[in-house]
Design a protein around this ligand. Structure first.
Ligand code: SF4
Length: 323
């Protein structure tokens, strides 16, 4: 199976400037480790779900994969080629669909410009073929070709997200990063857009990195799921395995009483406390202040990310105790 994306120890840190008072007291800028040594691979045609609470770093991973943010360290390969720095080649291979279809479309441009402009710029389509090209993309995402002359304000949220998807498809990407791409939509519209993603995957052999805090959506669409906590992957498994046997206490808490698209909710102890600030990342296992199973070593030593069952990886000292 061809590997579409491989990241190795991908990291992103930001410098956080102190407030005025702190600066007057001579405090130096602090470093925020938003993403810390994330290694992931996605096979061609696969859907990898990336889940975690808001602020855990999953969107930052998506932006680095899409070339919208340069990594601080680590490396990345797309379709077998190393990516040295964000550039045109990466943007052609990877496109991103964002959460808010109201903010992501320029209200002053007609749909034909919004969808076709980048393809014209990159020479993917000749100017005389532009109108047909846009009409074809609109029909691929289930919209009437006559909509090309309209403006974004004339569409509903679900239709706007279809337009955003058509725009992403215009560059003929092989990997699409969906960052909370259905979170702002009504439940019935969510299902339609998820079905569209799956139809496009079949028709165009697309690969997806599907970022969401909504576990029901991820369970529905993903082949495998990676769980992120404070910038690190703490568990990775095939979707059915992860939901049937969540191993990491964080995954167990995250999936507690999560609504399911089908079947009953899974029962685990609900998660305690707030996600700590990345500026004050706890030592050892970063989850230890919230973990109901924390042991003294958890505050001192980071657990290794180990394969606990075929294709099922987790980072928790409890697995070493059990072994
Ligand atoms: Fe909890 Fe310790 Fe496992 Fe971290 S390593 S998840 S604190 S038991």
């Amino acid at each position: 199976m061809t590997t579409m994306l491989e990241t190795r120890e991908l990291s992103k840190s930001f410098s956080a400037a102190p407030g005025l008072l702190a600066r007057l007291r001579g405090r130096a800028p602090q470093t925020v480790y938003a993403v810390n040594r994330v290694s992931l691979s996605i096979a061609e045609g696969e859907v990898l779900g990336l889940v975690g609470e808001s602020g855990c770093g999953k969107s930052t991973v998506g932006r680095m994969v899409a070339g919208l943010l340069p990594p601080t360290s680590g490396s990345m390969e797309l379709a077998g080629r190393g990516v040295e720095r964000p550039g045109v080649a990466q943007h052609r291979l990877v496109q991103m669909v964002f959460q808010n279809p109201y903010a992501s479309l320029n209200p002053r441009l007609r749909i034909e410009q919004l969808v076709g402009e980048a393809a014209l710029y990159h020479g993917i389509v000749a100017p005389e073929d532009g109108p047909d090209f846009v009409r074809s993309l609109l029909s691929q995402v289930g919209l009437d070709a006559s909509y090309a002359a309209r403006y974004p304000r004339q569409f509903s949220g679900g239709q706007r997200q279809r337009i955003a998807i058509a725009r992403a498809l215009a560059l003929r990407p092989r990997l699409i990063v969906c960052d909370e791409a259905v979170s702002a939509l009504d439940v019935s519209v969510q299902a339609q857009i998820l079905n569209l993603f799956m139809d496009l995957r079949e028709a165009q052999q697309l690969t997806y990195l599907f970022i969401s805090h909504n576990l029901a959506v991820v369970e529905h669409i993903a082949d495998r799921v990676a769980v992120m906590y404070l910038g690190q992957i703490v568990e990775l498994a095939d979707t059915a395995e992860l939901f049937a046997r969540p191993n990491h206490p964080y995954t167990q808490a995250l999936t507690a009483d999560a609504p399911r698209m089908d079947g009953p909710a899974i029962q685990h102890r609900p998660i305690q406390g707030e996600l700590p600030s990345p500026l004050k990342r706890p030592g050892g296992c970063a989850f230890h202040p919230r973990c109901p199973h924390a042991m003294p070593r958890c505050a001192e030593q980071a657990p290794a990310f180990i394969e606990i069952a075929p294709r099922h990886w987790s980072a928790c000292h409890l697995n070493e105790v059990r072994a």
